[in-house]
Design a protein around this ligand. Sequence first.
Ligand SMILES: N[C@@H](CCC(=O)N[C@@H](CS)C(=O)NCC(=O)O)C(=O)O
Length: 214
Amino acid sequence: MSITVFGEGRGFRVVWLLEEMGLPYQLRPVDLLAGAENDPEFLAINPAGFIPAIVDGEVTMVESIAIMEYLMARYGPTPLAPTPDGAAFPLYQQFLHLGEAGLAASIYFVNGARNIAPEAERNNWSAGQALDVFETRLGLVTRQLARAPYLAGDRFTAADISVTYALELAKRAVGFPLGEAELAYVARTSSRDGYQRAMAACHATRAWAERSAR
Ligand SMILES: N[C@@H](CCC(=O)N[C@@H](CS)C(=O)NCC(=O)O)C(=O)O
């Protein structure tokens, strides 16, 4: 039985991980702009209406980082998840979660305020706070990249999938000016075969990347 991934967005992380692990899956598009309420099959999977979700046999899950942890634990071991006894583990855990909780979640709301909110609400205080949170957390990424090529050290891990997605979101959605170290890092992680295969599978993400590069 193969795994079904519902929706791109942060689902790109999940697809990228599946490609890196060589696991069979299918991607089921979810068009949030058309309204999740018009997609009863998806709403039956995630009544809260956000993406991504996965179905794997009897298992249904949401939250991209939790889904990655589930897939690595159930179908690993994989070098994408350093083991708890190794030196890379603490930084791996930290950046795996910081990629969503500190970076993507914050910049997501900056994007909402800048690009979706009514004109009069675009400069609201919370959008400024979210940008500030993103920038302070990004400082930890910059510091780590001065020490090592990847966030957990010398080797690429799922923490890099988590953070690369957040950095690309910031660049594409709000034109956030990433520094030299971050740009070189994203070039490094996104040149991987797994990333390229995920991009080939994720049509909406590819179209978004092409639009924002213009
Ligand atoms: N922390 C969640 C965030 C999920 C999320 O906010 N997804 C966005 C698209 S990438 C979404 O579905 N937004 C619509 C909504 O929240 O209703 C994760 O990592 O999966």
